[in-house]
Design a protein around this ligand. Structure first.
Ligand SMILES: Cc1cc2nc3c(=O)[nH]c(=O)nc-3n(C[C@H](O)[C@H](O)[C@H](O)COP(=O)(O)OP(=O)(O)OC[C@H]3O[C@@H](n4cnc5c(N)ncnc54)[C@H](O)[C@@H]3O)c2cc1C
Length: 425
């Protein structure tokens, strides 16, 4: 069995890379830990995509994904022009269909176990299928190139690659969830009244469905409209102080009574290390307890939520940052802020530096950023010649990664690598 490219991790960036390579006629295999594609978009319930620059490049995967999602009423273009509002459940189906159309092979419930390196090249990988009733099915598969799209850079670890020193460079994790049974009309009418100046609330009728978003944070400099309710929630013992660190909600296309929550942020008396098994497991449990409190809070204080219920809790913790590989180029915040131009950019974006914090008033959303480029060399492992890295674990410093990690940029990275490899295979 020999592939042109094996993509390890069929998530946000991995799907984009595999799909484009398949479209280019390459023989491609995805190795995916879950039993569905999409990664953070589906398993961590991260929706919608953030809006990015009008000058963005390598948009082919995003455009095809949205076009296919729209066939099932599973994506909308929001009133601010953001075309990236999507339904995470239908995304699983659409990504299956897209990989099939691009002739990409997919192995689900599969983990990469080993790499065989010859002359600084990975020539084959070993995999374990984790759904064989404890009888592990182990296979060895040959490849010309390998794309590490695991988010945590697992292929880089197996290949003994060097990483950027990431000590204390963490952000809070978030366990996202959905509530259904919401009377969206009643909620939006109430919300429009409650947040009269609409500083963080938007409501729009799109494709015959009501869509909205709103937010609240405990930061003192942001006196957002929902504050009195969160204060009361804490006072009444419905939520704990930490539960209101950050609260953000969106409607979901095609889910007429559902709200998606970009919260709770999860941390202990310190930020958790998402690569530490004990930290990770305790964080999931802590997140679920917080979800229960937040859902009770919404039912008690938000009109339209009276009959609402938790309908989905993310399968995995949302991780903003973990390991980052040392690439042929290490992209820095100075590169990003100066808008440095490169010969082979894989993405162009203007999304701000977005650092979430566990501390009051310490989160950063630096909107002074104008437009920046990321070079393909930041996606090339320094230590292994045929290893490319896409997604949140690329070769970038902490603050640059905090701008680069959004879904449309991960898509562009995948497409950019696919185009680069297309000329070489
Ligand atoms: C809480 C949170 C909220 C966010 N909000 C937004 C937002 O609103 N809009 C936006 O645009 N971006 C947002 N982001 C950023 C964005 O969602 C992520 O940075 C991006 O999706 C990461 O993509 P990725 O390809 O690096 O990883 P993922 O999409 O997570 O993909 C990694 C894939 O690899 C698989 N995998 C991992 N290890 C292995 C292994 N060893 N073997 C096989 N498979 C493996 C995983 O199962 C997964 O499918 C948010 C992120 C978080 C955490």
């Amino acid at each position: 069995m020999k592939y042109d490219v094996i993509v390890v991790g069929g998530g946000t960036a991995g799907c984009a890379a595999a799909y484009m390579l398949g479209k280019f006629g390459k023989k491609v295999l995805i190795i995916e830990k879950q039993s569905y594609l999409g990664g953070s978009m589906t398993a961590a319930l991260v929706t919608p995509m953030m809006k990015t620059s009008d000058n963005s490049i390598n948009n082919e995967f995003k455009d095809d994904f949205i076009k296919n999602m729209k066939k099932y009423n599973a994506a909308i273009t929001y009133s601010d022009g953001n075309s990236g509002w999507f339904n995470p459940e239908i995304a699983k189906i659409v990504l299956d269909e897209m990989m099939k159309a691009a002739n990409v092979h997919v192995y689900f419930n599969t983990l990469i176990k080993s790499v065989n390196i010859v002359n600084k090249n990975i020539v084959s990988i070993g995999i374990d299928n984790i759904c064989q009733n404890n009888k592990m099915l182990s296979l060895s598969i040959e490849t010309k190139y390998i794309v590490d799209a695991t988010g945590n850079c697992d292929v880089g670890v197996l290949s003994n690659c060097e990483f950027i020193n990431t000590e204390n460079e963490l952000q809070p994790t978030t366990l996202r969830f959905l509530m259904s049974g919401v009377d969206l009309r009643a909620f939006s009418d109430w919300l429009k009244e409650f947040d009269k100046d609409r500083n963080v609330t938007t409501v729009a009728d799109i494709d015959n469905q009501l869509h909205l978003s709103t937010a609240y944070t405990w930061d003192n400099d942001k006196n957002w409209a929902l504050k009195p309710l969160f204060d009361k929630g804490v006072e009444d013992g419905i939520i704990e102080d930490e539960d209101r660190n950050y609260f953000q909600i969106f409607t979901v296309p095609g889910m007429n009574t559902t709200i998606a929550f970009n919260c709770p942020r999860v941390y202990f008396d310190r930020l958790i290390n998402p690569l530490d098994l004990s930290d990770y497991s305790q964080a999931v449990q802590k997140g679920r307890a917080s979800i229960l409190r937040i859902s009770n809070f919404c039912k008690k204080y938000f009109r339209g939520f009276e009959s609402a219920y938790i309908s989905n809790i993310a399968d995995v913790l949302g991780i903003r940052v973990s390991r980052r590989i040392r690439g042929k180029y290490v992209y820095t915040i100075e590169n990003l802020k100066s808008g440095k131009k490169f010969k082979n950019p894989v993405l162009i974006s203007n999304y701000p530096v977005d650092v979430h914090s566990d501390k009051k008033d310490k989160s950063i959303l630096d909107k002074s950023i104008v437009e920046y480029q990321l070079p393909v060399e930041a996606l090339m492992a320094n230590d292994i010649d045929n290893l490319f890295v896409v997604g949140r674990c690329i070769s970038a410093d902490f603050y640059a990664q905090a701008a680069l990690r959004i879904i449309p940029s991960c898509f562009s990275m995948g497409v950019g690598v696919a185009k680069f490899l297309n000329n070489r295979i």
